[in-house]
Design a protein around this ligand. Structure first.
Ligand code: NAD
Length: 456
């Protein structure tokens, strides 16, 4: 028998008890989740430090702070989100009322990656619980300290029939996926996303896939170059480049390339000092496999800044690489590390035409002052989400749905979108019995001729 069958059966029984259906219950659980994070804050800092040298400041801003804000937005609006939404009813349906009920799916599974191991395991669960579901979380095996802290925190806060954490390698995911869930929320690579979707189809389970891709940062000739450099350096090298929406590569107008690279070098030094590898504010690469994968991408490159690395610390300096072509290895896959290739273009239309040929990225960033050019980029290129004149910041606005398109994923979350993602929209028409308009029934010639006229 599948080792997780009992757990899922218990969660389904609990779900069927309808305890999770009320506003009061959901509110109480979200408050418990918030208190849990507060209580274990110190342990969270330690776990992320142990897993891949994440600084306290990055943990606060990109993991804990993000989760507090998501829980607060949800608590503030949940009552409103849960209300049935009345919609218009056409004249042919006179006497009836139509509305949409947000109903929970049931037992949900969240599979998380390692790069923001706390945030990406808990953020979907905020939506799942707010919408009245139960939750099973499968954290990444690559961040074991955070994974075992999740087991401890969740275990001491919730009963496993409501929220449970299942640790393990990909085989554990596979065992879970054999069973029937009512919703699967996956964050990870495009390759694994395809496997998840295939397995989910066995049970016709709906999925959200939060995947990755090669997200460009385009810098046009009229951009505020110094500010662009600062915001790109921050977006790229936060978490040592291991961010799904980090600018993967730089695509800059040839006339401003030198100036931009010079400014970026200045900000790398200002943020991480002369020796980033020994700087506690600068993160490590998650493990040796990823370290050597990144090292191999560097061999044939022309390094104009950084390039220093230390295998014992699993650390690679913020690195800028020039003279790259679209055929180089580094341009074939998502880099997911602190290497920034610089490509150039001669005019914006050429850049747009080139990017149109690529897979749709999770994010796109455009730097330039001209509003027509900004609009041109937004109108012509498809991407999950992004910014004009900034990087990463869009994902921290709870009013903006976050998710990919095409190869970078499907579905979205954050704020109300998380609640919507984990709710089935049940459409209901409530009919009157006081009268009965005969138009739809066969038999009457007059009724048929009126119907034909209405439906023309
Ligand atoms: P991954 O796809 O290798 O693993 C993610 C999770 O899936 C892990 O929990 C892992 O145990 C599980 N898994 C791995 N192989 C599996 C299999 N064959 N069957 C079932 N489960 C399996 O991803 P990763 O290396 O942990 O994370 C990096 C990737 O995630 C990058 O591509 C990055 O862009 C993407 N990502 C996307 C987002 C987003 O919000 N869109 C956020 C963070 C990371």
């Amino acid at each position: 028998m599948n080792p997780f069958q009992v757990l899922i059966d218990e969660q389904r029984t609990f779900f069927k008890s309808e305890k999770t259906f009320t506003y009061a219950f959901r509110k109480e659980q979200l408050e418990k989740l918030r208190n849990m994070l507060k209580t274990y804050e110190k342990d969270v800092y330690q776990a992320l430090e142990a897993d891949f040298g994440k600084s306290r400041y990055e943990t606060l801003t990109t993991e804990l702070g993000f989760l507090y804000s998501e829980i607060d937005v949800t608590l503030k609006n949940l009552k409103e989100w849960m209300k049935p939404k009345k919609v218009d009813t056409p004249v042919t349906h006179k006497g009836s009322k139509s509305y949409i009920i947000a109903e929970p799916y049931g037992v949900t599974l969240t599979i998380a990656p390692w790069n923001y191991p706390l945030q990406l395991a808990i953020a979907p669960v905020i939506g799942a619980l707010a919408a009245g579901n139960t939750a099973i979380i499968k954290p990444s095996e690559f961040t074991p300290a955070t994974s075992s802290l999740l087991v401890h925190m969740i275990g001491s806060t919730f009963g496993s029939k409501y929220v449970a954490v299942v640790e393990g390698e990909k085989e554990v995911s596979q065992q879970l996926l054999e069973l029937k869930f009512d919703y699967i929320f996956f964050t990870g690579s495009t390759t694994v996303g395809k496997i998840i979707m295939k397995q989910a189809s066995e049970h016709l389970t709906p999925v959200t896939l939060e995947l990755g891709g090669k997200s460009p940062a385009i810098v046009d000739q009229d951009a505020n170059i110094d500010l662009a450099a600062k915001r790109i350096v921050w977006g790229k090298f936060t978490n040592a480049g291991q961010t799904c929406v980090a600018p993967d590569f730089l695509y800059v107008h040839e006339k401003v390339k030198q100036k931009l690279v010079k400014s970026m070098k200045k900000y790398i030094k200002s943020f991480y000092g002369k020796n980033p590898i020994n700087n506690k504010e600068y993160g490590r690469i998650v493990n040796q496999d990823h370290y050597y994968r990144l090292k191999d991408l560097l061999t044939e490159s022309n390094i104009v800044h950084g390039g220093g690395m230390n295998p014992d610390l699993c650390s690679i300096e913020p690195t800028i690489i020039e003279d790259i072509t679209w055929d180089d290895d580094i341009m074939q896959e998502e880099i997911f590390g602190p290497l920034l290739p610089v490509m150039t273009f001669a005019n914006l239309e050429e850049a747009i035409a080139t990017l149109k040929e690529k897979e749709k990225p999770l994010a796109l960033y455009y730097f330039g002052e001209n509003t027509q050019s900004q609009q041109r980029v937004l109108d012509s290129l498809s991407f999950g989400g992004g910014c004009i004149n900034d990087t990463l910041y869009h994902l921290a606005n709870p009013n903006l749905p976050f998710g990919g398109v095409g190869n970078s994923g499907m579905g979205s979350y954050h704020g109300k979108d998380s609640f919507d993602t984990f709710s089935h929209k049940k459409s209901v028409l409530k009919q009157t019995t006081k009268f009965d308009i005969p138009l739809r029934y066969p038999g009457s010639k007059i009724a048929q001729s009126i119907t034909k006229r209405i439906m023309k």
